[in-house]
Design a binder for this molecule. Structure first.
Ligand code: P5A
Length: 445
């Protein structure tokens, strides 16, 4: 993409309404604009990040054997009356009446709708296990939307729902989700720690939240620092192997890690003092096992091997897709701007022409731009007629992990400069060597 042909409305000044770094930087970098309180338009640069996050989620969910689908944002109130949540959900639910005076709502979550789809299609244990998921917009009329996309009213969520014959099978689904989420967040370049939490309006007793540690997080957290040393790495997981999946869950959930809702001082006191940590975190996901909470009232039953009709065991599993964009920035920025992890960066490399209009520099940039694109390195070429300082400031603000700088002086020596946004370190090398270096880096993402 050439910057002169893109839509990147960056702001020079800090917007007054933004209280935290991620909100400020998302506005300044031209990623989002507020449409009304807690409701945002995603501008092209922001959308690219959102799409990257979605792509990682899809890959990891399908790897775990879960099946993508798409449900509508607007739902009928009738299903929610069946489960009893229409009244229970309260003012967070945006209620709508259509022209025929039918009660509708903008879905805050989809347990009822998916249970309805399931009960109309599945009747036998032979069709289980089944896990369906979607990535779809949700609406929750939060009393205090704030921090930009972090606590929005309209927000993008990955929501998955498992249907199983027994509690044991459903707990395996729960474990599959926990493990696939560990992998998912790690690929996005953030450390999200599974913590025991409370279930709220979704229900059930077994639930973990995934938290990214950040001072601006809304949840108070208590944890054993040992949990922050764990990393998933490139281990292969056989999701059909219950014991193997369980072992990974045990590894991550053995160290003490809880939100304030489930925190227990007495248990926490057993953690060696030097490893006890208190802090704040951003909830970027939550998984639930709630058994037959929806399947019983909504009569989602299957016939088991003995010929009996039994309600299915269910759970639901969410990732805050739009919130993650803010959370990743909270965890990865400096005073000059965003620092994208390679896994979610909107463009993989920025190309800066130090002397636009100089025939040699222009030609070198054109050929490098084509080369980078061919190598799948998705370059953003700053081809504006601007001072070098302004181009660097824009690149630093939007946070691409790598920058290649091309200018007449380097070209005379046959080199360009490759700079890391994270460390600020620069290295001179031939254009071909820079393409090769970046190809190697992104091959590991
Ligand atoms: C799980 C999937 C559920 O709704 N039902 C379907 C279950 N869980 S949850 O924890 O309530 O939400 C899942 C994730 O969505 C994000 N989230 C939000 N993001 C931005 N703005 C909001 N107002 C908001 N509310 C929830 C969180 O990341 C949460 O973990």
């Amino acid at each position: 993409m050439r910057l002169t042909q893109y839509f990147l409305p960056v702001l020079k000044e800090n917007p007054a309404e933004a209280q935290i770094a991620s909100h400020r930087l998302m506005l300044r970098a031209g990623m989002v604009r507020q449409a009304s309180a807690g409701i945002y338009s995603w501008l092209p640069l922001g959308l690219r990040v959102l799409r990257r996050i979605e792509a990682i989620i899809h890959e990891e969910q399908e790897r775990a054997g879960h099946i993508p689908m798409l449900m509508p944002t607007i739902q009928s109130a009738d299903l929610w009356r069946e489960s009893g949540r229409y009244d229970a959900y309260g003012p967070e639910m945006l209620r709508i009446r259509d022209r025929h005076e039918r009660d509708m709502l903008y879905g805050p979550t989809n347990e009822e709708l998916i249970t309805d789809i399931f009960r109309n299609a599945v009747g036998s244990y032979r069709d289980l296990p089944l896990t369906l998921y979607q990535i779809q917009w949700k609406f929750r009329d939060e009393i205090r939307p704030r921090f930009g996309v972090m606590r929005g009213r309209e927000f993008l969520m990955k929501d998955g729902y498992n249907f199983d014959l027994t509690r044991e099978d459903a707990l395996h689904a729960y474990n599959r989700h926990l493990v696939s989420y560990l992998r998912t967040y790690e690929r996005m370049g953030v450390k999200a720690i599974p913590m025991r939490a409370a279930s709220g309006p979704i229900g059930g007793d077994d639930t973990h939240e995934f938290l990214v540690l950040a001072e601006t997080g809304e949840s108070a957290v208590f944890y054993d620092s040992a949990v922050t040393d764990l990393s998933f790495g490139d281990r292969q997981v056989d999701y059909a192997d219950r014991a193997a999946v369980r072992a990974i869950v045990d590894e991550w959930t053995a160290p003490y890690a809880r939100t304030d809702e489930t925190h227990d001082e007495a248990v926490f006191a057993e953690v060696p003092a030097e490893r006890r940590r208190e802090g704040r975190g951003i909830e970027v996901g939550q998984i639930f096992y709630f058994g037959t909470k929806y399947s019983e009232p909504m009569k989602a039953v299957v016939v088991n091997e003995a010929g009996e009709r039994v309600p299915v065991h269910m759970g639901s599993h969410g990732i805050g897709v739009s919130r993650l964009v803010g959370a990743i920035i909270e965890a990865s920025h400096d005073e000059r701007g965003i620092i994208w992890p390679e896994g979610v960066t909107p463009f993989r490399v920025g190309l800066v022409n130090l002397k636009q209009g100089d025939a040699g520099a222009d030609a070198a940039c054109e050929s490098l731009y084509a080369e980078l694109a061919r190598a799948g390195l998705e370059p953003l070429y700053d081809d504006r007629d601007e001072r070098a300082g302004a181009k660097f400031a824009t690149m630093d603000l939007i946070g691409l992990p790598w920058r290649i700088t091309v200018g007449p002086r380097g070209l005379a020596k046959g080199v360009v400069e490759l700079t890391s946004r994270r460390t600020g370190e620069s290295e001179e090398m031939s254009a071909a060597a820079a393409v090769e270096r970046l190809s190697g880096i992104y091959a590991r993402v």
